[in-house]
Design a protein around this ligand. Structure first.
Ligand code: AMP
Ligand code: ZN
Length: 480
């Protein structure tokens, strides 16, 4: 691929700017992963699919992407502040399992969802519970730098010590904010925005996850794991950090405070990218903590695949809310099937040629024009809805050969991730149908068209359709 200018929207600057990696040709990217106390809901999955589009786009333009994602398996609170209920304990109680079993079960379930959505596996998938040592080391660094205090047995981050605390979201600490209102419950705090780095005084008597530390036996606060693991695998400064937009106002400002407070390098992350929410119609809920939500399995039960959902997600720009409905998902399913069948029909004649092998100079001017539009749209802050529109224009364009259509679409799929190169599954035909089809063949050879039609109708009544092709061959497809 050629080197193309990429423009990304940065939450920190509230504007799009050209992506300039810290190390030429490489992109370091950290994604806040799932909290594994329940299945991921389809809203969570929207955010992970957005990360995947981003990652594929960077790879498409030749960047070597080091993608780090964490698994939050330490119990944290249902609230964004330090109040509320411990999520892992809640999961354990609900399922009468240990917190460790709950974490393992839902981590596996999440990874299976990722596979069904055709997400590229993270280069590093790191669990919070495997990195307690690193989190402790970071807290010690913050202590050395005079940014912490101890109160009520816990270690707190002192947000008043950083003049630019909350800069990611333009926080005005002098004003009472919504965030502030939520954390006011803890009387140990000196300032409303302070947060816990290490708990020793757990309000949860049954707290199962506890570790020895210089600050006492206890467990880390929610935010420290991401700062510690991102720095371990990506360095003290790196290129891109992603997550859902709800994470910016608390979790991410605290991640920044910890990392910049510990290392003294600004900015910790060059580009902050946040995905907007998937929203439901008024009768549907999407809250993991309420337990009432749509998971990928619930879509599968209704006959939709992970790739159907992935196609649906292509229809919305990641920075705009996207409304989910089963009608829209049905539309996506139909469109994806049409696209896949189109690919198969093009492939039969032109198998095996990729753009990499052919080279851009092997393309016609028209095809090159499509390629350039595709590239400029994905490089413009991932304008996926517009590239999907381009696909359908391209398919209709009579100035393009089937060969070039196939080559371009397979190339685009490196970013779409729709697995368009999948092999066509041959329909398994029951014996009864196979007998009728064989008899129909014989009738047609004997030019007994009436008998042939009668047999075709019988096949149809059994739920299969014979599709004759102009070259005399035929295909059997299942019909509902
Ligand atoms: P969690 O497992 O709760 O830590 O969330 C995993 C990811 O999903 C985070 O990046 C959240 O910001 C994101 N998220 C939560 N709800 C939604 C939603 N309705 N739409 C899109 N992303 C969401
Ligand atoms: Zn995080």
């Amino acid at each position: 691929m050629d080197s193309h200018k990429i423009y990304l929207y940065n939450t920190a600057s509230k504007s799009k700017s050209e992506f300039k990696p810290l190390v030429s040709g490489k992109a370091g990217m950290y994604t806040c992963g799932p909290t594994v106390y329940h299945y991921a809901h389809i809203g969570n999955l929207r955010t992970f699919v957005f990360n995947d589009f981003l990652r594929r786009m960077l790879s498409y333009f030749g960047y070597e992407v080091n993608h780090v994602m964490n698994i939050t398996d330490v119990g944290h609170l249902t609230d964004d502040g330090d109040s509320g209920e411990d999520k892992m304990l809640k999961g354990a109680r609900r399922e009468k399992k240990t917190v460790w079993d709950v974490a393992k079960f839902y981590t596996d379930a999440f990874l299976l969802d990722c596979k069904k959505l055709n997400l590229l596996p993270a280069s590093v998938l790191c669990k919070a519970t495997d990195h307690i040592k690193e989190q402790i080391a970071m807290i010690e660094k913050l202590q050395e730098n005079g940014l912490t205090y101890q109160a009520g047995g816990n270690i707190y981050f002192d947000s008043s010590k950083l003049s630019d605390y909350g800069k990611l979201v333009g926080l005005d600490v002098s004003k009472i904010s919504e965030t502030q209102a939520r954390v006011e419950g803890d009387s140990n705090k000196k300032n409303p925005h302070d947060f816990v780095l290490w708990f020793t005084k757990s309000k949860f008597d049954e707290q199962a996850m506890k570790w020895e530390s210089p600050f006492g036996t206890g467990y880390p606060g929610w935010h420290i794991e991401c700062s510690a693991m991102a720095s371990k695998y990506l360095g003290e400064q790196f290129d891109i950090h992603t997550g859902g937009m709800d994470l910016a106002p608390v979790h991410h400002i605290n991640e920044i405070a910890q990392a910049e407070g510990a290392f003294g390098k600004t900015p910790w992350v060059k580009t902050w990218m946040h995905g907007e929410f998937l929203v439901l119609g008024k009768d549907e809920k999407m809250s993991k903590s309420s337990g009432n939500f749509l998971s990928l399995s619930s879509l599968e039960e209704k006959g939709f695949s992970g790739l159907d959902y992935r196609y649906f997600l292509l229809s919305g720009h990641y920075r705009k809310p996207l409304t989910f409905s089963f009608e829209s998902l049905e539309g996506a399913k139909v469109a994806r099937k049409r696209l896949q069948e189109k690919i198969w029909s093009l492939k039969e004649k032109w198998a095996g040629v990729s753009l990499d092998k052919l080279g851009r100079d092997g393309l016609s001017e028209v095809a090159l024009g499509y390629l350039e539009v595709f590239e400029s749209r994905i490089a413009d802050d991932l304008n996926m809805p517009q590239v999907v529109a381009l696909v359908w224009d391209l398919l209709k364009d009579n100035d393009l050969s089937n060969n070039e259509k196939y080559i371009l679409l397979m190339d685009f799929d490196n970013v779409f991730g729709l697995d368009l190169g999948a092999k066509k599954k041959e329909v398994e035909v029951p014996e009864e149908v196979a007998v009728l089809v064989t008899k129909r063949q014989a009738a047609r050879v004997a030019k007994d068209w009436a008998k042939g039609d009668e047999l075709r109708d019988k096949v149809r009544a059994l739920g299969y359709k014979i599709q004759d092709k102009p070259d005399g061959s035929f295909e059997i497809v299942r019909v509902n």
